[in-house]
Design a protein around this ligand. Structure first.
Ligand SMILES: Nc1ncnc2c1ncn2[C@@H]1O[C@H](COP(=O)(O)OP(=O)(O)O)[C@@H](O)[C@H]1O
Ligand SMILES: [Mg+2]
Length: 374
């Protein structure tokens, strides 16, 4: 709706120019028929200032030319074709791009406005570098926090194991020596000694279990396969949930961070089976697929509560356990998938066998499909 007396073309032009996104309008075959000020400025700053700033060129052809060198260009070309054919309404993609000020991130959005009398396609490249940087910084910090948490757990576990457990062991030994030397005393004294012995032994067991759960020494010594079997056995005894394990020996990752991440995922997922699913059985499988090592934990329980599982597919879940598992895996280039329904839940973790370092960032030396590619 435009107020009377306002000239439509001037209004549209000034509105387009006022937007921060770099915008090009294409006709129905993909030829650029208009670009806004932000597009022109970026093209100029990037040193690709042909006097028409791309107007008159075919955007689809540009993407197709770049497609063999850039998967982003290939995806955009494909989406443009689908939008032109009317089988798709919108396309969004994030991509890295070099600019005169250094590497930047953009989001391209391709749409076909419904109400236009003639068929037009609008391409908008929005600079999302700040958002990306914040995301990367957050991921880096979270990874660092998790690493510190692991270190701290390891230190506490060592302390418990080497000091507290040793002291408790000494108490049990002393108590049994006392018992031997005090066989002439009254019955109540014996009972107290007996109780002290039992308590010390029970505490020793608890401290050992706690220290193993905090940092399983098995993981360092004999690797993930043994550690997972140990975890599943201990978990079954404590929780009463029967765990069937199927471990493909060849799938055991050699990298310590990958093994630790998978162990922690198994630990959290099993604890969720016990606490939330109601299932009395679970299956734990470790195996290899192509370049990934995969860990599945499956239960036959009630499934995640709605709205966490819209359409049987997992959406975002709030919970320290699940978000922690996801973060751990993403830090190493892997991912977490959760499928859940009324007949149970499957948590799948997958990690590349050759894990990447958390500091690796996407290459910015890529063919460009933004204005400067024109
Ligand atoms: N195996 C499962 N079966 C049913 N519900 C689950 C399962 N795993 C997780 N959930 C649900 O997802 C929520 C989030 O889990 P999580 O992030 O581990 O946090 P927490 O276990 O601390 O509640 C749980 O509170 C529970 O409602
Ligand atoms: Mg949990």
């Amino acid at each position: 709706m435009i107020a009377p007396g306002v000239e439509a073309e001037t209004l549209l032009r000034s509105t387009l120019d006022a937007l921060s996104a770099h915008i090009a309008v294409l006709d129905e075959v993909g030829t650029i028929i208009a670009v806004n000020q932000a597009w022109r400025t970026f093209a100029h700053a990037s040193g690709y200032a042909d006097e028409n700033h791309g107007v008159g060129m075919n955007y689809l052809a540009v993407c197709e030319t770049a497609a063999p060198l850039s998967k982003e260009a290939a995806r955009t070309a494909q989406a443009l074709r689908e939008i032109m054919a009317g089988v798709r309404a919108e396309f969004r993609m994030e991509y890295p791009c070099r600019s005169p000020e250094g590497p930047r991130w953009f989001q391209v959005r391709v749409t076909r406005p419904d109400q236009a009398p003639t068929r037009r396609i609008v391409i908008a490249h929005e600079d999302i570098t700040e958002v990306k940087r914040t995301q990367q910084e957050l991921a880096r910090l979270s990874g660092r926090l998790m690493h510190l948490q692991d270190e701290e757990r390891r230190a506490i576990a060592r302390e418990l194991h080497d000091t507290t457990a040793q002291n408790l062991l000494a108490i049990t030994l002393n108590t049994s020596r006392l018992r031997g030397q005090l066989d002439h005393v009254e019955e109540p004294v014996h009972r107290i000694l007996e109780e002290t012995f039992d308590l010390a032994e029970q505490s020793l067991q608890e401290v050992r279990t706690l220290s193993y759960l905090l940092h399983p020494p098995l993981l360092d010594d004999v690797g993930l396969v043994a550690a997972l079997s140990w975890l599943a056995r201990g978990f079954s005894e404590r929780s009463g949930v029967q765990v069937d394990i199927s471990i493909d020996d060849g799938a055991a990752p050699s990298s310590q961070p990958v093994a630790t991440a998978l162990f922690r995922v198994a630990q959290e997922a099993l604890s969720n089976v016990h606490r939330h699913s109601g299932s009395k059985r679970a299956r734990l499988a470790l195996y290899q697929t192509d370049d990934n090592v995969r860990l599945d934990i499956v239960d036959a329980g009630i499934g995640l509560k709605a709205p966490a599982h819209a359409n049987g597919e997992e959406t975002r879940l709030i919970g320290i356990g699940i978000s922690g598992m996801r973060l751990r895996l993403e830090q190493l280039g892997g991912q977490l998938e959760i499928k859940s329904g009324p007949s149970g839940t499957r948590v799948s973790a997958s990690l590349p066998i050759q894990s990447i370092s958390p500091d690796d960032c996407p290459p910015n030396e890529r063919p460009r499909l933004h204005t400067n590619g024109l």
